[in-house]
Write a protein that binds this ligand. Structure first.
Ligand code: SF4
Length: 348
């Protein structure tokens, strides 16, 4: 597996200023007359030029976290019920509707896993990029069109002067994802949210998209939040990793800490279920171990540690929800196995 930065890279990024701080973010859904917690006390920070990988199975709350950061939780039935999302000193949970609309696609933008559902099939890609530019900047149509060509060139689309007049269906899947990245970068965001950006692409094109995102980060200093179920993708890009399960952050650390010394049983299960390249064919495992069971249905309500029904180390204490145990400056785990007593050491 390729790794861009390796184990110690998070420490390098630590010296940079914090641009995004998420504090105790909670999202509730109202279902059949009762409030159900979908995101529980999510906290993390992001420094300039850093990539945070948010990983977990489908339904763990990764995409909901991204929507909550942009205040796009589907409402009703959902709403942010507690916490702060502080971007460059401004709490996005509290700003006006008008201001948050300016932030979306401006200071914070998002690329989705399936570009065909995000691009409008009846407009040229040039029109769509130019429209995004004009929504956020005071420029005329000619200048916006020229900027669209420059952006296509920046994301390495060949013959951008010609491609800019084409429609989405005329481009390959990889090219369409490059267009989405160009659009997301149009207003030079501080934070780029990438929600499973390569899931719909073949392996070769996936690697090209990761290279492009890494290049953008190196040249522009953009912070990236990579949301994925694939630890291989995290290894390609992330400085730090946040593991989510059932709407909780269950472990956080640098890429090296998480991949070399996972502490939460869920993180261990995720890593064990990942294919690896081996030198000796005799080491090939016929079948990868799976985490037994499935992600719980949060709408049914949970008590205690949400991973308990699937956890090989579950004990009676796990009927209560553990707190966070801090294992290092940016390393924490939410599991009784790492706690010194009931409630653990709660950290942010
Ligand atoms: Fe397993 Fe208990 Fe830790 Fe939950 S708190 S992950 S059930 S050991």
């Amino acid at each position: 597996m390729r790794t861009r930065r390796g184990a110690g890279a998070g420490a390098e990024a630590d010296s940079h200023e914090v641009v995004l701080r998420v504090e105790n973010l909670c999202v509730d859904f109202r279902v059949k007359g009762r409030e159900v917690r979908i995101l529980s006390d999510i906290s993390f920070s992001l420094r300039r030029g850093e990539t945070l990988g948010i990983i977990g199975e489908s339904g763990c709350g990764k995409s909901m976290t991204a929507l909550a950061l942009l205040r796009m939780v589907p409402s009703p039935p959902g709403r942010i019920t507690a916490g702060r999302v502080v971007l460059n000193g401004e709490d996005l949970v509290q700003v006006s509707e008008r201001r948050i609309r300016g932030i979306r696609g401006g200071e914070m933008s998002m690329i989705f896993q399936e570009p065909m559902t995000s691009l409008n099939p009846v407009y040229t890609i040039g029109n769509q990029i130019a429209e995004t530019i004009r929504r956020h900047k005071q420029v005329d149509k000619t200048a916006a069109w020229k900027e669209a060509v420059d952006l296509l060139d920046m994301v390495h689309i060949p013959a951008p002067e010609r491609r800019v007049s084409e429609y989405p269906h005329q481009l390959s899947g990889g090219m369409r994802q490059r267009v989405m990245i160009a659009m997301a970068l149009a207003c030079e965001p501080t934070v780029l949210l990438a929600d499973e950006p390569t899931t719909a692409l073949d392996v070769t094109v996936q690697a090209q998209i990761f290279d492009l995102l890494n290049e953008i980060q190196d040249t522009r200093g953009t912070c990236i939040i990579l949301i994925t179920h694939d630890f291989g993708a995290v290894s390609e890009m992330a400085d730090r990793v946040l593991v989510m399960y059932a709407g909780h952050k269950v472990e956080e650390g640098t890429l090296g800490e998480i991949s070399d010394d996972p502490r939460h049983p869920y993180t261990r299960g995720l890593l064990r279920s990942m294919p690896e390249i081996v030198d000796d064919p005799a080491d090939v495992r016929v079948r990868l171990p799976e985490i037994p069971g499935s992600v719980p249905d949060l709408l049914r309500g949970l008590e205690g540690c949400p991973f308990a029904p699937r956890c090989p180390s579950a004990m009676s204490q796990c009927r209560e929800l553990p707190g966070y145990s801090r294992l290092g400056e940016h390393r924490s785990v939410k599991c009784w196995l790492e706690s010194e007593g009931p409630g653990g050491h709660t950290t942010s």
